[in-house]
Design a protein around this ligand. Structure first.
Ligand code: NAP
Length: 498
């Protein structure tokens, strides 16, 4: 177990420091345990585990990937109550995993990671935290994820607004929305889930749309108790369904990347709009003018019906200014509101900007990533030995479950960590040429893909318009590449003292 060096110094020494307790961090803790490595500490900034599934508690919060795939392959849950589980059930699942695999005792709560510095002579990462506690480890694993820093738009005049303001990821459950006039900014994955819920309560909802998303019907339904029973008794049956689901989701990749199939999917989505949205002006306003897949394709059965409600206004003229009690749009119209709710997403491509991560020879991650973040397989960065990213650059997905990507990364990283923890190697640093070749390869595949060429602007792209978030292909190809780390890809240094 990890050792506290001294009470006064507030410093711990361990083999592996993991940051975060979402699917990534928790998965890493479990996999280390399974590999026989018990000497690790998991840092969690909040007072409970769960990552994005702890933070996002907005009404209607649910997964838009089928739960059978959005769970660990080694811990399939026969008890999912719906095909697309809701937030509480996913949070409970993560709590269950922490208990079952006995990783809870390794978690240090209320500890916010602020940075880390690598000491090459000691082959040690020193991790710094907000409260001053230090953690020294042979290796560092980032499981911070991409969706944890809420993005607040800079709306002119918002500081003078006298009503309630909050973000979807920091929902104020103490604020009673009943009978209130509410502005919702954004129509992304989160907003389309909470808008139908709050529309039933509020007096008036002004929904500020900048770009309409492509929305498809969600095949969401309860899983009958009889089916759950079969999954409990015959785990093989659940594995078979999961495998079938995996390949069905992989097939979605064709719709996103094959222009002809993409046009068919767009045609069906437009037909869905026509069949549900009653007002022709709203119909036109919610019809995207960019290719499907350019932004995340959203799934919902209640979003378009919510737009038919008489208390919901879809506003497309853009926010020009916020006043004490209203939001004013570009066309000069004033919308009186009691509350503003941001469904404006997260800092993604700049998520590491506020962290001070210093690798070999004093090189800073912020400097290395100044022109865009990149890594080898999204996991390791040259000059930052023994540091492993989970859901790092270019490993996000638009068509399948990111938990599959996380598991591939866990497998790859644990293979390396076993050697580091046992002292078989001291330092593992990916070669710059290997990282560069990998990134040239994926950027050439991404160059004319739908995210860049689809006619939209999304958080998949960084400020230079380069896609730093999405894996450009089938997930099984990623799985193949991450099955085992190739020693030839790394500069390997023996452990000190050997
Ligand atoms: P998002 O998809 O990034 O959507 C943000 C929305 O806010 C967009 O409609 C955006 O418009 C709008 N917006 C941003 N800044 C604005 C501004 N200054 N003025 C006006 N509008 C502005 O964010 P999200 O809905 O929170 O979702 C983020 C990600 O979380 C998703 O893509 C998904 O990966 C994940 N998520 C997943 C699930 C799940 O079930 N697995 C559920 C919820 C969220 P533009 O489109 O014009 O930029």
């Amino acid at each position: 177990m990890a050792q506290r060096q001294s009470k006064d110094q507030r410093s711990y020494r361990t083999s592996v420091v993991i940051v975060g307790t979402g699917f990534s961090g928790l998965g890493m803790a479990i996999k280390l345990k399974q590999a026989g490595i018990d000497d690790f500490i998991v840092l969690e900034k909040a007072e409970d585990l769960g990552g994005t599934w702890r933070d996002n508690t907005y009404p209607g919060c649910a997964c838009d990937v089928p739960s059978m795939m959005y769970s660990f392959s080694f811990e399939q849950n026969p008890n999912w109550s719906r095909t697309f589980a809701r937030q509480g059930e996913i949070e409970d699942y993560l709590q269950h995993c922490a208990d079952k695999y006995r990783v809870r005792d390794h978690i240090h709560y209320g500890v916010e990671f602020t940075g880390a510095e690598y000491d090459e002579s000691a082959q040690t990462w020193t991790v710094t935290t907000k409260d001053g506690t230090e953690y020294l480890g042979k290796a560092l694993v980032s499981g911070v994820g991409a969706l944890h820093i809420p993005s607040y738009p800079e709306l002119p005049g918002v500081a003078d607004f006298e009503g309630e303001v909050f973000h979807s990821a920091e929902w104020n459950h103490d604020y009673d929305l009943a009978g209130k006039r509410v502005a919702v900014i954004g129509t992304g994955a989160s907003a389309i889930q909470f808008v139908p819920q709050i529309a039933k309560e509020v007096e008036r909802l002004h929904l500020f749309q900048r770009t309409p998303p492509w929305v498809q019907p969600k095949p969401d339904h309860p899983v009958p108790e009889s089916v759950q029973r079969i999954f409990r008794r015959v785990p093989f049956a659940q594995r078979a369904v999961r495998n079938a689901l995996y390949w069905t989701l992989e097939a979605r990749y064709f719709a996103v990347f094959n222009k002809r199939l993409g046009r068919i999917a767009e045609h069906l989505a437009k037909r869905y709009i026509r069949s549900v949205v009653k007002d022709p002006k709203v119909r036109e306003a919610v019809t995207p003018d960019y290719s499907m897949g350019c932004k995340r394709i959203l799934l919902s059965n209640d979003y378009y019906p919510a737009l038919n409600r008489s208390n919901v206004d879809l506003v497309t003229s853009g926010v020009a200014e916020v006043r004490k009690n209203s939001v004013v749009t570009g066309d000069g119209e004033e919308h009186p509101v009691d509350a503003i709710i941001y469904g404006t997403g997260f800092h993604v491509t700049d998520a590491f900007d506020d962290l001070s991560i210093v690798g070999r020879d004093g090189r800073k991650l912020q400097d290395v990533w100044r022109n865009g973040m990149e890594a080898y397989l999204g996991i390791t960065v040259s000059g930052f030995p023994n540091l492993f990213f989970l859901l790092g650059p270019n490993t996000g997905l638009g068509h399948n479950s990111v938990v599959f990507m996380i598991e591939s990364q866990l497998n790859y990283a644990v293979g390396c960590l076993k050697k580091i923890c046992r002292g078989e190697i001291g330092q593992l640093d990916v070669r710059q040429s290997v990282q560069d070749d990998f990134n040239s390869e994926i950027q050439s595949e991404l160059g004319d893909a739908v995210w860049s060429a689809g006619g939209c602007r999304s958080w998949y792209l960084d400020e230079n318009g380069v896609n730093r978030t999405v894996w450009p292909g089938f997930t099984w190809k990623y799985w193949l590449r991450t099955r085992k780390a190739d020693p030839a890809d790394f500069e390997i240094t023996a452990a000190r003292g050997r």
